[in-house]
Design a protein around this ligand. Structure first.
Ligand code: FES
Length: 111
């Protein structure tokens, strides 16, 4: 029940959305599904190779809007981002969750 309540608190029941700036598409998400899983479930071709374990860094995205709505970085994510030399507006999609509408740009979008 608690999990369900978390899913539907946003805007009176609507699911949070992720707008992808470099494709123009919009996908729905929720607080228990990472950005990466949300993108994959919607068929967005984002490159990954570690299975969402914060190891490959290929799922890196730039947060265009909504940085304040995101989950905190885990130590593993912070470490990988530092190793990649990523800026403060970058996150690993496999380690990041959002509680509201955001906009991202996918760095490794498969063509
Ligand atoms: S999928 Fe490998 S770091 Fe996110």
């Amino acid at each position: 029940m608690f999990g369900r309540a978390l899913l539907y608190y946003h805007k009176g029941g609507a699911m949070p959305s992720i707008r992808i700036a470099n494709t123009g598409s919009v996908v729905e998400t929720d607080m228990v599904m990472s950005i990466l899983v949300s993108l994959q479930r919607s068929g967005v071709p984002i490159l990954t190779s570690c299975g969402g374990k914060a190891r490959c860094g290929k799922c890196i995205v730039r947060i265009v809007k909504g940085q304040e709505l995101l989950s905190r970085k885990t130590p593993n994510e912070s470490s990988r981002l530092a190793a990649l030399g990523a800026g403060g507006d970058m996150r690993l999609a496999c380690q990041t969750y959002t509680k509201g509408d955001i906009e991202i740009s996918i760095i490794n979008l498969m063509k």
